[in-house]
Design a protein around this ligand. Structure first.
Ligand SMILES: O=c1[nH]c(=O)c2[nH]c(=O)[nH]c2[nH]1
Length: 305
């Protein structure tokens, strides 16, 4: 027996990353998403768990995690508060040993990427401004080299993404996907032509906005069979529309969203509830440049999601 006092204690699964997709309209083509980070803490009769090793009062943290995902399906996520109220009430009213439950929710906001040419709406950009970057080198011999860029521009398509037909060797377990979420945090750099760099009237702000818009539109409008294909489409679109840009390099971490298996709880997950994994991630990188241009953007920078 310990001679010391066990004081405040609590436990539960922290930082359950969850994304829900709700389909609206007659054909379900209008998507609404909610992106949450949900933490559960239970307080109650946990003396024995700590002092004697008797787990008879212990609802596993794994169960608290499952409950979060199952409730997203059963009750939906009307708001962080409403969702947290459902969960907090549930733990206290369903388990006699739980006297208090504290649910903490962080919600990440998303805005639509407008695609005027289509009525389906399933492309989003995470709220909060990305970081704009610039790197200028002036050399006596080669003159000005101007690289522009951005980082931390997070985008998502909640459909129109597939991934299949890939190599299967003895270590492959990945299932083919015919309708998946495609999400990435874009780091982009682009090189301007020597003429643009030397032009004192060159409108750098306008060119930045154009590149950003074309990358977003290409992301939203590309029906994707891989993130590699999306990468190429984004860079290609910039080169097509911004004549003063010669080269685009993209670094795209594949922010995986795994469909949660709700079958054990008797619930069908119709591409509605996802686990948003932040690590590990596929990292897709590549440069696209105009014919006849020597690429200048470093390929060895270490960029993480
Ligand atoms: O778009 C993708 N490209 C890949 O190369 C890849 N590999 C993987 O496991 N998932 C994906 N998705």
């Amino acid at each position: 027996m310990s001679k010391h006092v066990l004081a405040q204690n609590q436990y539960g699964k922290a930082e359950n990353r969850i994304v829900t997709v709700t389909r609206k309209g007659d054909d379900g083509a209008w998507h609404e998403i909610r992106d949450l980070n949900v933490s559960v803490a239970l307080r109650g009769e946990y003396r024995d768990v700590h002092l004697t090793g008797d787990n008879g009062n212990c609802l596993p943290t794994d169960t608290t995690k499952n409950t979060v995902y199952a409730f997203a399906k059963e009750h939906g996520v009307a708001s962080p508060e409403a969702f947290a109220i459902h969960l907090a009430r549930h733990f206290v009213t369903s388990q006699p040993v739980v006297h208090e439950a504290q649910i903490r929710v962080e919600e990440f906001g998303w805005e639509r990427i407008p695609v005027p040419t289509r009525k389906e709406q399933h492309s989003f950009v995470r709220k909060g401004q990305e970081v704009r970057t610039a790197q200028v080198t002036y050399s006596e011999t080669t003159g000005l080299q101007v690289l522009s860029g951005l980082k931390e521009l997070t985008v998502m398509n909640s459909t129109n993404s597939e991934f299949h037909g890939f190599i299967k060797d003895r270590y492959t377990t990945l299932q083919e996907a015919y309708d998946r979420i495609l999400a990435t945090k874009v780091t982009a750099r682009w090189a301007h032509s020597a003429t643009a760099a030397a032009d004192p009237e060159h409108d750098w702000d306008r060119s930045y906005e154009k590149v950003r818009r074309h990358m977003l539109e290409a992301f939203a409008e590309t029906y994707s069979y891989s993130l590699q294909q999306t990468l190429h489409a984004m860079a290609d679109r910039v080169l097509d529309h911004v004549s003063t840009v010669n080269e685009v390099r993209l670094n795209l971490p594949n922010k995986h969203h795994f469909l949660v298996d709700l079958e054990p709880f008797g619930l069908k997950n119709d591409n509605e509830v996802y686990f948003a994994a932040d690590r590990m991630y596929g990292l897709i990188e590549g440069t696209v440049h105009r014919q006849g241009v020597q690429p200048v953007i470093a390929t060895s920078d270490w960029i993480t999601a």
